[in-house]
Design a binder for this molecule. Sequence first.
Ligand code: NDP
Length: 361
Amino acid sequence: MTDIIAGFFAPWIIFAVILLLHLALPARRVDGYVRDPRTGSPLRYRLNGPLVLAATVGLWALACALGAVPWDWLYTHRWAGLAGACTLGLAFSFAVVLTAPGGGKPFLVEFYKGRLANPQFLGGRVDAKMFLYLAGATMLALNILSFAAHHAMRFGPDASPGVYLHAALFLWFVVEYLVFERVHLYTYDLVAERVGFKLGWGCFTFYPYFYAIGLWAVADLPDPRSPTWLLVLSAAVFFAGWSISRGANLQKYFFKTSPDRAFLSVLKPRALRDGNLALLCSGFWGIARHVNYLGEILMALGLTLCLGRPGALAAWLYPLYYVALLLPRERSDERRCAARYGALWDEYRRRVPKRIIPGIY
Ligand code: NDP
């Protein structure tokens, strides 16, 4: 029973440690893309994601190395941990929605989507959205490490190289996301989302636990003896997706922050302009209007493929989730852009007719 209680509250304690580290460690202060409606100036953010990740993983590794907890503790307590994270996500969502003034929509809609657009706390030291993403990413990294450790402890020298590859690629995914967290300030998540259940529960529960579903499904299974070519192919699919996604996001970030700067020092931006607004229509943004979403889906596919278990249906939920998330998001972003950019967007659609997959869709 005490074990279940410890497992339940472990994510609460870990999220509290992440918050304290976020507050205590040095951070860069940067301008965001979103503007403060009261002043009209860009919102300011304190960012220190990579440091917080390194410190949290370091503390966890120290606790394991000193024998305070086994390396696979988060795996053996995963159900209790999931329940604890779920309760915390719900409590946070209620707190953040109920304490904000209503916007006139049905309560369930406001609870799901949130009421506040950009809440910041402690005199602006903590931005709710950026903290939620940091907390989710860091907890995900701990889960991935602990789930992989369980596999290693159980199978020793017969462990599956695919599990190690999956864990390594996932850590890459988390680390690079935090290294580029400033670019995240220019994405839909920060610009268009509000803080409610979707983001609160999503980052405290869904992100750190559902994203680990592949390892959750296979950590207790023996090595499937995947051929080397499959592992190489999986990593190639993952990195192809990463290059597309990160490349597109960076290209747009540079375009928004310094519109005339050449991307990667070679690609001069080609843009459609109407005097007021501008849309990139070269490079990644010239081959499909949301090729970055293709990149995300390819990364998820690579992560699942390398597990070498096509029959493990749970592991396929991960890439399927991206398809289910990003296809409707592309449609809603399309509507948002058509309304914002008007005739310029029509011209962009004419020049770049494909939505996500160049030449196909
Ligand atoms: P985008 O990065 O595609 O951003 C869309 C916005 O970019 C539009 O609303 C518009 O905003 C601007 N824009 C669109 N086309 C152009 C153009 N041609 N030139 C200039 N600006 C343009 O989408 P998201 O913000 O949804 O996604 C960002 C990243 O995050 C993606 O790579 C996505 O896949 C990833 N992501 C990752 C998830 C994960 O769990 N790993 C989950 C969800 C997303 P504006 O009006 O400001 O110009």
